[in-house]
Write a protein that binds this ligand. Structure first.
Ligand code: GRF
Length: 224
């Protein structure tokens, strides 16, 4: 039997890259249907670059600071790099930089992001504190297709965590991050298996997914 080709990923990071690591770990399983062909960062010292290099993945950075020609020119250079890598899917994993509309259009339907809130609530930055300030009792994370409007776009999967008494932004972020590491590799698997579709209203369906796979409260609230 011939070797089945895997979905090729470009993973874009700006920071520590714990989500990148979760994807690297998933890709290490021989039956995982995707592989990372490029790690890219806009930060020359991003921890994620080190994780990529350690895993033997091509890992490159271009600083956006003072890039000649501004955001459009920068994003054109990033797109060229991604194209050259042969990636099929662009995965934003803590890429703390707004991407231009032309970048979004260039990678339309092949660009996903993870955001640490239950969208459409709490877009933007400092979302854990915003959730605590709003007094919500559940928080979570969302994987979605990227559209020009920030933290919008068809929702592919969410995981829900409880907000617990005594939480601060750091504790809540850790609880959510654990779920990010679970759902991001899962979503990439679904896409690689060709199971994700979006209707004309922007509603995503995952073929043959069990309800608990794409909407789960985790962990269940334990009695005190
Ligand atoms: C994650 O919380 C992600 O949802 C957000 O940025 C953070 C990145 O963390 N977009 P890491 O670099 O993957 O550890």
């Amino acid at each position: 039997m011939g070797k089945v080709s895997k979905l090729k990923l470009a993973v874009l990071v700006s920071g520590g890259g714990s989500n990148l690591q979760a994807i690297i770990d998933a890709c290490n399983a021989s039956d995982y249907p995707a592989e990372i062909v490029l790690v890219f960062s806009n930060q020359l010292d991003a921890g994620g670059l080190e994780r990529g290099r350690k895993a033997g993945i091509r890992s490159e950075a271009i600083s956006h600071k003072g890039y000649p020609g501004g955001r459009e020119a920068y994003d054109t250079a990033v797109s060229a790099l991604i194209e050259e890598s042969g990636a099929d899917l662009v995965v934003l994993a803590g890429y703390l930089r707004l991407v231009s509309e032309s970048f979004v259009n260039r990678w339309k339907d092949r660009l996903i992001n993870i955001h640490p809130s239950l969208l459409p609530s709490f877009k933007g930055l400092h979302v854990h504190q915003a959730a605590l300030d709003a007094g919500v009792k559940f928080a979570g994370c969302t994987v979605h297709y990227v559209v020009p409007e920030v933290d919008s776009g068809p929702i592919i999967a969410q995981a829900v965590v409880p907000v617990l008494p005594g939480d601060d932004a750091g504790k809540l972020a850790q609880r959510i991050l654990k779920q990010e590491h679970r759902i991001y590799p899962q979503v990439i698997r679904w896409i690689a298996e060709g199971r994700v579709s979006v209707d004309d209203k922007g509603i995503v369906t995952v073929a043959d997914a069990k309800p608990a796979e794409f909407a789960e409260i985790n962990p269940a609230i334990e009695p005190a």
